[in-house]
Design a protein around this ligand. Structure first.
Ligand SMILES: NC(=O)c1ccc[n+]([C@@H]2O[C@H](COP(=O)([O-])OP(=O)(O)OC[C@H]3O[C@@H](n4cnc5c(N)ncnc54)[C@H](O)[C@@H]3O)[C@@H](O)[C@H]2O)c1
Ligand SMILES: [Zn+2]
Ligand SMILES: [Zn+2]
Length: 390
C-alpha cells in the first residue's frame, strides 16, 4: 500500500511532554514543539511509553552525562507520522519501536557481526542532539518563552511526538498492541536477550538472577524457555517472590531474610553444589556485581552485568576469581540488533511464545507520570505504561 502523506508533515507539531528541567525534581507536563524530521529522520507519534529504571537513574542525577533540561523516556510504542528526505525503510503509518541502540548495518560495529553496539550516531546521541547537532524539541512556556530541550537516549518517549534517525526505529507488526510491545523497547528485551544472546544459557544450567524488576524477570523468563534446571531469583523485596515463581523461578532468596552469616552468594553456592553456571546482575550495585561473579561455578561460571551503576563507581574482585575460570560479561539491550531482531520478538509475543502483558502492572495518563515513578521506587510496579494521547 502506498504511504499517504500526513496533514502534519513538514511543519512543527505542538504536543504535551513530561519535561525534566533539572535532576531530582518531579517531571513537569509542558507544551513542547516537535520540529519536522530532517533528511534521514522520522517523526513518530508516541502512543505509549514504559518507565524504566534508567529514566529514574538519570532523573535522580546519578548519570554524570545526564543533560538537562531534557525529555526522558526510551520504551516507546509509536506510529510513524512523517518521514524526512531519503527515508526508505519506514513509511507513514508504520508501527515502530524506537531504538536507543540504533542499527545502521554499515559501521565497524554493525559489520563485525560480534556486537549490537552500533556507533553511527553515538557521539551526537550521547550529547542529546540529532546527528546534525541540533535538537527537535522545544518547550513553550505559558509566557511564550521557548526553552530548547535535549533528547534522551536518542528516543525521548515521554512526549506526544518524537524525532529520531531512520536507523533508530524497528518496524514491527501493525497488529501488535503498542501499549504492550513498547516494553520491548528496553526492559524485557534486555533481560531476555542477555540470557539468550550474551550468556547463551544452555538447557540444564543453574541460573541465578540478582534483582527481579522487569529486566530480571525477563531474564528468568528466558532461562525457563531455554530449559535451565534451577532458576534462583534474588531480591530484597519479598513481594517479588510470587511473580518470580510465575515467570519460572524455582527458588527465591531474600538476602535480608537469611540467617546471620549467610549471604545470597553463599546460599546460591550451597544450593548449586559449588556455584551457579550463569548469574545476572539486574540491579546496578557494584557490590552485588561482585557477589554475582563470585557465586558462579569455578571453571566455567559466567556472570553478566546488566544493571547500570552510578557514575564513577567501579567493580572489583580478586583476580583469582577469573584465573580459576569464572567469566565476567556485560550486556546492553540484551545484545539485540533492534531493526533485525525486534520484529521477531514482537512475533514471538503475538504467538504466545514470550510474555509481555504480564509485565504491565499499571497504566497512567501523561499527567500521572510522576506517580509511575513512585510505583517503581516503592517496589509495587514491574512496569508502568504511560498513555500519551488518552
Ligand atoms: N544494560 C542495559 O541495557 C539495561 C537496560 C535496561 C535497564 N538496565 C538497568 O537494569 C537495572 C534493572 O532495571 P529494572 O528496570 O528492572 O529496575 P527495577 O527497579 O524495576 O528492578 C530492580 C529490582 O532490584 C531489586 N533490588 C534492589 N536492590 C537489591 C539488592 N541489593 N539485592 C537484590 N535485589 C535488589 C529491587 O527490589 C527490584 O525488584 C537498572 O540498573 C537499570 O538501569 C540496563
Ligand atoms: Zn552501525
Ligand atoms: Zn531502559
Amino acid at each position: 500500500m502506498a504511504a499517504t502523506a500526513s496533514s502534519t508533515a513538514g511543519a512543527p507539531i505542538m504536543t504535551k511532554a513530561a519535561v525534566a528541567f533539572e535532576p531530582k525534581a518531579p517531571l513537569e507536563i509542558c507544551d513542547v514543539e516537535v520540529a519536522a524530521p530532517k533528511a534521514g529522520e522520522v517523526r513518530v507519534k508516541v502512543m505509549y511509553t514504559g518507565v524504566c529504571h534508567t529514566d529514574a537513574y538519570t532523573l535522580g542525577g546519578l548519570d554524570s552525562e545526564g543533560l538537562f533540561p531534557c525529555v526522558l523516556g526510551h520504551e516507546g510504542g509509536c506510529v510513524v507520522e512523517s518521514v524526512g528526505e531519503g527515508v526508505t525503510s519506514v513509511a507513514v503509518g508504520d508501527h515502530v519501536i524506537p531504538l536507543y541502540i540504533p542499527e545502521c548495518r554499515d559501521c565497524k560495529f554493525c559489520s563485525s557481526g560480534k556486537t549490537n553496539l552500533c556507533s553511527k550516531i553515538r557521539a551526537t546521541q550521547g550529547s542529546g542532539v540529532m546527528p546534525d547537532g541540533t535538537s527537535r524539541l522545544t518547550a513553550v512556556k505559558a509566557d511564550g518563552s521557548r526553552v530548547p530541550l535535549y533528547h534522551f537516549m536518542g528516543v525521548s518517549s515521554f512526549c506526544g511526538y518524537a524525532v529520531m534517525p531512520e536507523i533508530s526505529v524497528a518496524k514491527v507488526s501493525a497488529s501488535a498492541p503498542l501499549d504492550k510491545v513498547c516494553l520491548l523497547g528496553c526492559g524485557i528485551t534486555t533481560g531476555y536477550g542477555a540470557v539468550k544472546n550474551t550468556a547463551k544459557v544452555e538447557a540444564g544450567s543453574n541460573v541465578a538472577v540478582f534483582g527481579c524488576g522487569a529486566v530480571g524477570l525477563a531474564a528468568i523468563m528466558a532461562a525457563k524457555e531455554v530449559g535451565a534446571a534451577k532458576i534462583i531469583a534474588v531480591d530484597i523485596n519479598p513481594g517479588k517472590e510470587a511473580v518470580c515463581r510465575e515467570f519460572g523461578a524455582t527458588d527465591f532468596v531474600n538476602p535480608k531474610a537469611l540467617p546471620e552469616g549467610k549471604t545470597a552468594g553463599s546460599t546460591i553456592i550451597e544450593m548449586t553444589d559449588g556455584g551457579a553456571d550463569y548469574t545476572f546482575e539486574c540491579v546496578g550495585h557494584p557490590a552485588l556485581m561482585r557477589e554475582a561473579l563470585e557465586c558462579c561455578h569455578k571453571g566455567w561460571g559466567v556472570s553478566t552485568i546488566i544493571g547500570v551503576a552510578a557514575a564513577g563507581q567501579e567493580i572489583s574482585t580478586r583476580p583469582f576469581q577469573l584465573v580459576t575460570g569464572r567469566e565476567w560479561k556485560g550486556s546492553a539491550f540484551g545484545g539485540v540488533k533492534g531493526r533485525t531482531q525486534l520484529p521477531g520478538m514482537v512475533e514471538d509475543y503475538m504467538a504466545g511464545r514470550i510474555k509481555v502483558d504480564e509485565f504491565v502492572t499499571g497504566k497512567f495518563p501523561l499527567s500521572g507520570i510522576n506517580d509511575a515513578f513512585t510505583e517503581m521506587h516503592e517496589g509495587r510496579a514491574i512496569r508502568s505504561v504511560v498513555a500519551l494521547h488518552e
